[in-house]
Design a protein around this ligand. Sequence first.
Ligand code: HSE
Length: 285
Amino acid sequence: MLTVRAPATSANLGSGFDVFGVALGTPADVVRVERAPETTITVTGTGSQYIPEDPDKNTVGAVVDALDAPARIRIDKGVRPSSGLGSSAASAAAAAVALNELYDRGFTRKELVPIAAEGEAIVSGEAHADNVAPSILGGFTVATADGVTQVDASIPLVACLPEAVISTRDARNVVPEYAHMNDVVDTVGNAATLTVGMARNDPDLVGRGMEDEIVTPERSKLIDGYDRVRDAALEAGATGVTVSGAGPGMLAACYRGDRQAIASAMVDAFDAVGVEARAYQTTVG
Ligand code: HSE
């Protein structure tokens, strides 16, 4: 039997919609695999009751097919589904790494990214690599149609997860079809700033680069208390705040010593609008 842990991730980071992603140190999914004539999947852990065990409907089933690697698979969810923290991607990433090794398929980690992304199509209708890439490769990743670029960044983060659910499909339905050139120019500038910030491990540049005038304003309307939580995090020292992935999770970049205060401020601000939340203090890793 083989066991692989794959971390939660945050995609988009505001300005890098469908392109940027970071691995979070915690939480994580753990996937155990052993060879079997037919694939079976069992799911335990947080939110497991919402995850289908039918291999045709589970993200991991697509990975099994892509690697032609039937197995008895046990998924222990640490990443809550529909959280914006890359839950389905964590399972798909762990399964891709585990099954590749179990069947000695010989794919590199980078080659496993599009394979794991096939699982994402089951959840969102499209095979995004912006969550599976950092879950497999770690650090900060830039996933485009031409491949993935990875940087071993180390930026302190707070990921705050409210007790609310937004499906990726619903969150994609509010993404505008067109954008004004001014907003595109600003967002490209912010994405470039964020990338430099990751390369330099500079929380100020990363935070500034998280600003996005195209997708985030629409998606933030789906999150009760978004503006209040964002303001509270910024006041507590966050260098930037945005929606994590498709939401409802929110992500703040910061300096290491400010994480505790930002985590408390975000949880309290959600609480003020009647929403229970928990915060993970972590680092891009
Ligand atoms: N980039 C994707 C989105 C991440 O925000 O919709 C979720 O798969």
